[in-house]
Design a protein around this ligand. Structure first.
Ligand code: PFF
Length: 464
């Protein structure tokens, strides 16, 4: 972001502006591509029936994800403030209530909660850089490889150490201002990650279970589908695209007026989905070839990929590089998760960016202790039957993000005039008409139905 005012926009951001269209796309891609694609997508797909889940996920991305992302960017660019202020300001300009600002506040809270556990998982990735360098996976059996992540999870000291280091790194990057590190980090991270994933894909093809992996992912079996798994697919779509919490709205606030929002959104959505599918296509052949359990849960990737690295020539180099890149991918997402809270604190309390980043970082670090301890000291602790990590994850991905997303699209589709939205989306065209239809009807009704269905509300209403 160069510190220049918006060239032709009505208003300029207090935090500067992206230096180019590419910089914006890289930043949003950096936010979208993260642990969600490589760590979360495979394990939730594995735990929810594989192919049925994947197809629902793709549907959610297209019908809900894309229109919500476009709505967020267009509102962000119009308001050019932090999400709370942006929603308040744009709502007032469009003749609606100031209370729309609460949607921004919901997003700030979601970002804080998500990063609190995201940081712990990113800590696993940092730890695995050291494990890779010291050859912990070379030529090891699946039991020996599995023991590495189990050992890390069992130790509250190590979990806390890496959580603290990752939060420190996030605060450092955010405090320096997004423009300094982010653009260059994303520029080598996404291509680097892609190359390593392609190396792993070649390995997956040699495991002898490649077709079995593909079948698991792509042969439709809708009998495995439940209301819960549809909600989880929807939540995963929101999480993976970083939408529903104002992160993309905050980034949209720094977007030059002439950049095409539909084109940028489509590019990011395609890149994000491609990387998620690629990860799953690598992980499941390794799972089946080694007799591992596809429903292993959150540590699935940390059991499978190291096993693959341990068996391939040059494994130490590839493995180290991979976890370095995964940690970077997590860091560029962490920045997005902190940005709404930090921008809000700066604008609301007049703090410097540095002070705001440190303060918010400390809050997130503190909340994250629950997750760092959820596999050891607090493993018996339950909220509504879930451990701390699962409870925070469920609340944020499956409830807060979809709810935030509905409110954002409803606002853009119903409460902003057609003139305002189509001028942001580049004039009246087929794309604007399609966006408007999805944003006004399909996305909100779809999300509300899924939410109502999984909470049992629908059964209550219909009397079934
Ligand atoms: N999209 C990120 C991932 O897939 O890892 C997670 C995320 C980042 C969610 C930023 C929300 C957000 F604002």
């Amino acid at each position: 972001m160069a510190n220049i005012p918006a060239s032709s926009g009505a208003r300029s951001s207090l935090h500067g502006q992206w230096s180019s269209r590419l910089a914006f796309i890289l930043a949003v891609t950096g936010s979208a591509v993260g642990l969600g694609n490589i760590w979360k997508f495979p394990y939730v797909a594995g735990a929810n029936g594989g192919s049925a889940f994947v197809l629902v996920y793709l549907g959610c991305i297209l019908v809900v994800g894309l229109p919500v992302m476009m709505s967020e960017i267009l509102i962000g660019r119009r308001g050019r403030r932090n999400p709370v202020e942006t929603m308040t300001l744009v709502a007032q300009e469009e003749g609606s209530s100031k209370r729309w600002g609460l949607v921004g506040a919901l997003g700030v809270a979601a970002g804080v909660l998500i990063l609190s556990y995201y940081s712990v998982i990113a800590g696993w990735s940092l730890d695995f850089i050291i494990e890779s360098l010291t050859g912990s996976f070379q030529g090891k059996s699946k039991e020996e490889v599995g023991a590495v992540i189990e050992g890390l999870n069992a130790s509250w000291q190590r979990s806390m150490l890496w959580h603290s280091i990752f939060m420190g790194l996030s605060v450092f990057v955010v405090a320096r201002g997004v423009e300094k590190g982010l653009e260059s980090a994303v520029r080598f991270m996404v291509p680097g990650l892609l190359i390593l994933l392609l190396v792993l894909l070649v390995f997956a093809m040699t495991t002898g279970a490649f077709m079995q992996g593909l079948e698991f992912l792509f042969t439709p079996d809708f009998s495995a589908l439940t209301g819960q798994s549809v909600l989880i697919a929807l939540g995963q779509a929101f999480f993976s695209l970083s939408i529903g919490m104002g992160a993309i709205m905050a980034y949209g606030a720094y977007l030059p007026q002439e950049t095409s929002i539909p084109n940028a959104s489509i590019t990011v959505v395609l890149a994000d989905t491609f990387i998620a599918l690629l990860s799953a296509m690598i992980i499941f052949p390794i799972v089946f070839a080694n007799g591992l359990n596809p429903e292993a849960g959150p540590d699935l990737v940390f059991r499978t990929l190291p096993l693959a690295f341990g068996q391939m020539p040059g494994g130490i180099v590839f493995s180290t590089l991979f976890f370095v890149l995964l940690s970077f991918a997590a860091l560029t997402s962490a920045i997005g998760l902190m940005e709404p809270a930090v921008a809000w604190t700066v604008e609301r309390f007049g703090l410097t960016r540095r002070a705001a980043a440190i303060m918010i970082g400390m809050v997130i670090w503190f909340v994250g202790i629950g997750t760092a301890l959820s596999t050891n000291l607090m493993s018996e602790f339950r909220i509504l039957g879930l451990d701390w990590f699962s409870a925070v994850d469920y609340l944020t991905s499956n409830i807060m993000l979809p709810l935030g997303g509905v409110l954002i699209t409803v606002f853009a589709g119903w409460f902003m005039t057609r003139k305002s939205t189509s001028s942001e989306l580049g004039g009246d065209s087929g794309i604007v008409t399609a966006w408007r239809f999805l944003a006004r009807y399909v996305a909100p009704i779809g999300v509300l139905l899924v939410l109502a269905n999984s909470t049992g509300l629908l059964a209550l209403i219909t009397g079934d």
